[in-house]
Design a protein around this ligand. Structure first.
Ligand SMILES: Cc1ncc(C[n+]2csc(CCOP(=O)(O)OP(=O)(O)O)c2C)c(N)n1
Ligand SMILES: [Mg+2]
Length: 368
């Protein structure tokens, strides 16, 4: 058994399960979301291999319980910000598969007008603030989002108590910016939960080779006086059981938290990864306790709120939704170069953005 897997095994407790108090519809919703992500990622891999998707592409398959479970503990106006392995979180937060797939294809109908691609899923109506390619760069932004929500609630009196989820990989935990963010989050009492999706690898480097004291990541948070816990992120019911009380506590206290989620990615780091750094046996071992299969089994045999026929129908329905998103993305137009190249950038040499930040359609780019 790998180090990560044995840690997960030993983290299983015998506490009464909070998730058992949820209605069947909630768990069926989780299953739907997780299967949607799995199917979406499978079709992305096919489209990438067919050269329909270009640039970087990081597949989330295997880690679904983490995104769906944690987002399932939030309200839709709680900000979410993360790194580049972001399609799953976007779908879990409610982005339409069409907008997500069109972004993958670099089409104008994409959530970032086709200008971001795989690593930059944005969805402001669903409080999703990206999608960031620089490792660790989203972590000070997460603190900033939490500062903003606290300021709105406490100083301006215009908002409610919110919690920001800021996701990062195990490869980002030693970035200087992250430690500065942890310090400020604690010092200023910012309601941000740093969610470490610890899949054991940073590109091809195992965590024990890139990070000191890697078996106790929670010490990083504790060093800054932040509540820090480990959670088995491969079992969605367990994610909910342990993460929901933490979200409630952070919302109430308006304090930060740190969670080391043990999880695993089935595919390579990106689409061009020969995966020489791990064995097939290791991948298979994690697949034995696949989060979707485990939830299906629970719903079929324990809750008995799902039949084999209904599960098959759900998979067929999802396959059709994703197939439709691919067709939509393929047929959608590419962004118009003259109108889009210089819009939505920090320094905008083209006056196609009004002072209020509204896009002025049809404005001519004087540089082209
Ligand atoms: C500052 C910076 N350094 C290096 C890279 C190159 N890089 C891209 S992804 C990655 C690995 C990050 O791994 P992890 O945080 O564990 O996330 P995962 O891919 O496992 O989801 C690296 C080193 C980068 N994008 N930014
Ligand atoms: Mg990683």
């Amino acid at each position: 058994m790998t180090q990560l897997a044995s840690k997960v095994e030993s983290s299983k407790g015998s506490r009464p399960r909070l998730s058992d108090t949820l209605p069947d519809s909630t768990l069926l919703g989780w299953l739907h979301s997780m299967q949607l992500i799995r199917e979406f990622e499978t079709r992305c891999m096919q489209a990438y291999q067919g050269t329909k998707i270009g640039g970087f592409c990081h597949i989330y398959s295997g880690q679904e319980a983490c995104a769906v479970g944690t987002i399932g503990c939030t309200n839709n106006d709680d900000p979410v910000i993360l790194a580049y392995r972001d399609h799953g979180h976007a779908l879990a937060r409610g982005m339409s598969p069409r907008a997500c797939m069109a972004e993958m294809f670099g089409k104008a109908a994409g959530c970032a007008k086709g200008k971001g691609g795989s690593m930059h899923m944005f969805d402001k109506p669903n409080s999703l603030y990206g999608g960031h390619g620089i490792v660790g760069a989203q972590t000070p932004l997460g603190a900033g989002l939490a500062f903003a929500t606290r300021y709105e609630w406490e100083v301006l009196g215009t908002g409610t108590k919110k919690v920001t989820l800021c996701y990062l990989g195990d490869g980002a935990i030693d970035q200087g910016a992250f430690h500065e963010a942890l310090n400020l989050a604690s010092l200023y009492s910012l309601p941000v939960i740093y969610v470490i999706e610890n899949n054991g690898y940073s590109m091809g480097t195992a965590i024990h080779r890139h990070s000191a004291n890697s078996k106790r990541l929670t010490m990083r948070g504790e060093a800054y006086g932040i509540t820090s816990i480990e959670i088995d992120g491969f079992d969605i019911r367990n994610v909910y059981d342990q993460f929901k009380p933490l979200v409630d506590e952070c919302r109430d206290s308006q304090r930060p938290a740190f969670v080391d989620f043990k999880t695993y990615r089935y595919q390579g780091h990106s689409m061009s990864d020969p995966q020489k750094y791990r064995t097939k046996e290791e991948v298979d071992e994690w697949k034995q306790r696949d989060s979707i299969a485990a939830l299906v089994s629970h719903l079929l045999h324990d809750r008995r709120c799902l039949t084999e026929a209904q599960w098959k129908a759900m998979q067929d329905e999802i396959a059709e939704v994703v197939r439709d998103s691919v067709e939509f993305a393929e047929n959608a137009p590419v962004p118009e170069v003259g109108a889009e190249l210089y819009s939505d950038v920090l320094v905008n040499p083209q006056p196609n953005m009004s002072p209020a930040g509204e896009y002025i359609h049809g404005a001519k780019n004087p540089l082209l």
